[in-house]
Design a protein around this ligand. Structure first.
Ligand code: GRF
Length: 193
């Protein structure tokens, strides 16, 4: 299965996927890593692993729509069969998803549908929940919505800060995302279209 990845930042989830793939946890080919930030560490990780990568910085485009079209054209040209969002900080339009026409995955650092959007870990602490976690789901045109594939709970400890909780959740993300990709590449999970 030809996998494309979009990431805006440090790319630790991308790295976890690359590591799991190199360890033979799933069979696939990473064929494209794109970012909306030229400086994203995720691109450096792609370069190091010799995965084709490209930045689509917003200043190169006259509108968000044009930027999205450029990303779309590049992913289509790479003939991806699965798109994995790994810390990609933008919501993809319905048109993008329709034209791309392949399953799209996202990972979110809360137990959805609780705490969608930015700063999910901070939202969990501010609410005072005792359990949070992370969710891998298929992407639809909503914000952190779409059918759930895997979830794992993570305790919120007394005295947790946004940073300590994020770190505890991130460790679980790095395990859950490769497992979700394995389920998809082996055909054990799919989405009806
Ligand atoms: C992760 O917490 C992920 O759940 C969220 O964005 C963060 C990305 O981290 N969607 P990284 O870039 O993979 O290190």
């Amino acid at each position: 299965m030809r996998i494309g990845v979009l990431a805006s930042g440090r790319g630790s989830n991308l790295q976890a996927l690359i590591d799991a793939w190199q360890e033979g946890k799933f069979e696939a080919e990473f064929v494209a890593v794109g970012s909306d930030y030229a400086e994203a560490q995720a691109l450096k990780r792609a370069e190091k692993t010799k995965i084709p990568y490209r930045a689509f910085p917003k200043q190169d485009y006259s509108s968000r729509w044009e930027q999205e079209q450029a990303i779309l054209a590049w992913l289509k040209g790479s003939q991806i069969e699965l798109l994995v969002l790994a810390g990609f900080m933008r919501v993809l339009s319905a048109e993008f998803l329709k034209t791309l026409n392949c399953p799209v995955l996202n990972i979110h650092p809360s137990l959805l549908p609780s705490f969608p959007g930015l700063h999910a870990q901070r939202q969990a602490i501010e609410y005072g929940v005792k359990v949070s976690g992370c969710t891998v789901h298929f992407v639809d045109e909503g914000l952190d919505s779409g059918p759930i594939i895997l979830q794992e709970a993570v305790p919120v400890e007394p005295g947790d800060t946004e940073e300590t909780l994020s770190e505890r959740i991130l460790k679980v993300e790095h395990k859950l995302y490769p497992e979700a990709v394995r389920l998809i590449t082996t055909g054990q999970v799919s989405i009806r279209r």
